[in-house]
Each structure stands twice: as C-alpha cells, then as structure tokens.
Design a protein around this ligand. Sequence first.
Ligand code: NAG
Ligand code: NAG
Length: 555
Amino acid sequence: MISRLVSPRDILLLVAGAASMYLLSAWFLIPDRITVNTHFNQYPIALDHTTAKLSGRATTTVYTTRHATRTINQFRTATVTETVTETVAPEPTNSIDLAPVIPETTIIQHAPGWTVFRNLYMAHGTLYIVTSDREAFPQIRTMSSTGIAFKNNPDNIEDRDATPENMDFLTPEEAKDLWGPDFTIGETFNRIVSVEGSTWLFNDPRQFLHHYYHLVAELLFGAWAIWTGSFTESSYDTVFQYADVYSPPPKVDRMIFVHSDADGWRDSPGFDAYFLRAAFPSTTIEHAEDWQDRVTMSTTNTSHDDFYSATHQRAWHFPLVLLADRSGAFRGQSCGSRTQRTASEAWEAMITRGQLPGLAVGGWWSPIRKAVWKFAALRVGGPEAMILPMTQLPAPETIVITYISRQAGNRRKLIDEDHEGLVSALQELVDRKGQGWEFQLLEAEKMTKDSQVRAVSRSTIMLGVHGNGLTHLVLMPPSRLSTVIEIFYPEGFAHDYQWTTTALGMTHFSVWNDTYHSVFDKPSVHYPEGFQGTEIPVHGPTVAKLIEDRVEGRL
Ligand SMILES: *[C@@H]1O[C@H](CO)[C@@H](O)[C@H](O)[C@H]1NC(C)=O
Ligand SMILES: *[C@@H]1O[C@H](CO)[C@@H](O)[C@H](O)[C@H]1NC(C)=O
C-alpha cells in the first residue's frame, strides 16, 4: 500500500502535492529540456506611469511581475515569472477624475479563475479592461463568466462563457470618450469614481457559497493564495519554492458577492460567517443588491429625455481588485482536469512562480489560521514556521487525535456499531500509549464554534467521514506529524479534503473500511452507491494502527 522505498526528499516532494509533481519534475528533474518559447506571453506590468507622474508624493518601491510561458517539451508548458522592481509614486487619491489619460488596466497575477488587476473599471455591470494592447491579456473566459449556476447539462458550459456584457476591452481613447469630461456642457472631471482600497470581487453563483468547504477551503483559500502571491517577492530557484521574503499583502477593504444576497453565502451551521468575520474582521461585505446599486448608477438611461443622463456614462474604478471566477478556474488544467478544486489553480500558479511563502507547512495560510485562532481566544505565538520544511518542524508535545463525528446528521455517516468501534479503538490506543496521547471526539452540534476551533487548533491527527466538518483541517497547527484521515465508502474518493490537506503541507490518508491509500497511491475520483449513505463501514483497529504507524514514523 505505502511504498517504503522513498527517501525523505521524495516525501517532501510529494508533500508539495501530487498535482504539483508535474510542475516540480518539469523544473527539477529535466531542466535541460526546457526551452524558452518564442511566443513570450507577457502581461503589461502593473505600473501606472500616468498617475505616478501626476503625483508629487514620496516614492515607494513596487514589485511587479511578468509571466512568460516556457515550453518544456512538446506536451508541456510552464509559466515563469520575473520580478521587476521600480520606484514609483503611490497612486494619489482622486487622481482618476483628473487623469488626462484614463489609467490602463494591468495584471499583477493571473491564474485561470483568479486575476488580480490594477485599474479595472465597471459600467452598467460590465467589467472593462482599459488597454491599448488587448492581445497581451489572458482570454476573457479564463477571467470571468456569466456567473450563472453550474448545471449538469452540456449547454451549461457554454452558457457560463463570458459575453462582452460581462467583460470587455476599451482603448484608453474609447474610455476617455465614454467617461471623460464633456467640455461642451462645462464638465471638467472624468465621470469615473474610485472605489478606493482593495476589493475582492466574487463572481461565483450562490450555489457554491453557502457551504463551509466551498466558501472557506475553495474561495477564501484560493483568493488568499493568489493575493499573497501577488505581493510576495519571487524566488523560484530552490527545490521547495520558498518565497523567502514575506511581507503581509494589502488588507482587503471589501469583498463583493456579485451574485449573492446576504443569506446566500451563509451556511446553516454558521461557520462561513464565523470564519470570514474572524479572519477578516475589518473587511466590509457587499452583496448583489449593493453591486446592483453600482450597476444602476453607471447605467445610461436612454429613455430619459434629460440630455445629460441619456448620453453620459459613468464608471466605477477599482484601483486594486481580485476577480475570482469559478467557471474561469475550470478552464484551467489543474482544476479542470486533475483536482476539480478551483483553489488549485491559484495555488499551483503561485508555486510555479515561487511566490507562495512557507509552502511546505502552509505558511502562506498562516495569517488566516492565526487570525481565526486569535478570535477563538487562543494564545497565538510560537515559531512562524514560514520557511521550514514539514520534516524539520518539531513533533507536538502531545499527540492529539480528533475524530469529527457526523453521526448526528442524516447522511454520509458510519454504521453505528462501526462508529462505536472506531471510538473505542482510538480510546484504546491513547490509553495504551499513556502520557502524551489524547483523543477527542468532536461532535460539532454539541459545541460552540469557539470550542471547535480550540479543539482543532491542538489536533495532530484529524479524522472523519468525507464531509464539510473536515474543512476544519485548515485550522490545524503545522507539525511534523500533521495528518488528515478521511473515511470514504469503500472505493469512493473525491479530491476536496485530500487536495486541501496536501496544499497545506500535511499528510492525507483515505480509508476504505480496513484498507487505506495515501497520496502515493491516490484512488481515482469515484462516487459509488453508498457514498452518501448512512451505512459507511470502518474498521476501527485499522484506523488506530494507521495512526500509530504514522506517529511512530513507519508511514
Ligand atoms: C429611465 O428613466 C425613466 C424616465 O425618467 C424612468 O421612468 C425609468 O425608470 C428609468 N429606468 C431606469 C432603468 O432607471
Ligand atoms: C470491514 O473490515 C472488517 C475487518 O476486516 C471486516 O470484518 C468487515 O466485514 C468489513 N466490512 C465491510 C462492509 O467490508
């Protein structure tokens, strides 16, 4: 089952995630086969000379990136990034309404479904990229979509494809014609209003928001990966791709759920709201209604007989914005064909470009994890663990085994006797081991959210049946032994928690009753009959033995 013929280095490589193996091997195992593609796909760098020139303020150093596509062999390409350092003036407040030339849109980072822009515009619901070089931008379908719900029919993929109503290009001249001052009626300012600070714009349908897993472990997880990577200095020349310069990314001033009302992103147990407010306490949240205000206020009303409002369009300007789009992520190779996890596009792109700090221990995610711990009144301290590989982290003083039970729910749960057998096998294990071992049964419905977070924040091993509760793994502390054990109906498998676990540098096992698989022999995605049922078998002693072997270094 588990090959013992692997070196610690191999383990580390695999810890980085089976998905990224292809990228790692591309870079480190066959470097001599890399040739630079003659089609050098370079986005416009994220500098705004127009506004820089307008400002008389002190200058700051800005790191920006260029992405290039390299051909590794006839089947594979990879993206590399160069960091460009330039000294510019900060963008002055309100410069936008005076700008003689409408500042062009630039891209700081892009992966399918995840794009960080400077100077993105919105009028009448359309997102506008203002550029004199539209060929330099990624395909619109990898950045945006209609944002409608995902359905299981062939037309749906096409129906989700962005139209020019969702996103479009304007040249700076066209933008000036539309939004510049009309001197004939005495106007002096551009009809552009800045939504200052930074914005996360979520174009996802409501369908994927009101679930703890999708909101936290996909949307926020991917957003934080690309956001962190956008502002981390690149260093991609080491095997484990540590970006060793970590400075916190800009704070997120607002998140906008374009297609969801206030209820639409809240899950019924309430963990979405808890997590989001704990991790981003100062962030303002706007909903579809708020977005609609902005849409209406920038819409030209042609039936109006007032000359002014009928002919003059107004635009909103987003100086710094992350656009997250679920359909866009599915256009990518990783999400679309390997993991089905939207966050994997952001995560893999940042790793390839060497811009995710503390990859091997999920250090990039640490600010979020710590914010939530702190909210739950936990002492937050200890080593930052930003750049250490997992194997160099200390083992925890106490091995805490946390079993997240789903037995109170009405689907996807264990056979009752097997649940009891599992609890007693784990209890027997910690009793036998004695000091330094602890078992906790986490029954979410009987606990406050704070106490759940506290329980998870001390867990070395977390286990449970495939389901939302396992999302708590994003709050586990990194240690040499951090492990997630996911119980599936035999033959069943899905990537949700497996991918997320490995993205944080932790070890994952899938249990099928009395057998198990690791990332070394990961099963294929499969939903057999019984997957969602209430008769999932598990052999407690097998799980206890797996934990013992893992803790004692045999796995
Ligand atoms: C456009 O203007 C007309 C006349 O003032 C008004 O009745 C109508 O509601 C307006 N439409 C929109 C979409 O604001
Ligand atoms: C689960 O494993 C145990 C131990 O090997 C076995 O006795 C039991 O029949 C298995 N259950 C199923 C449903 O396969």
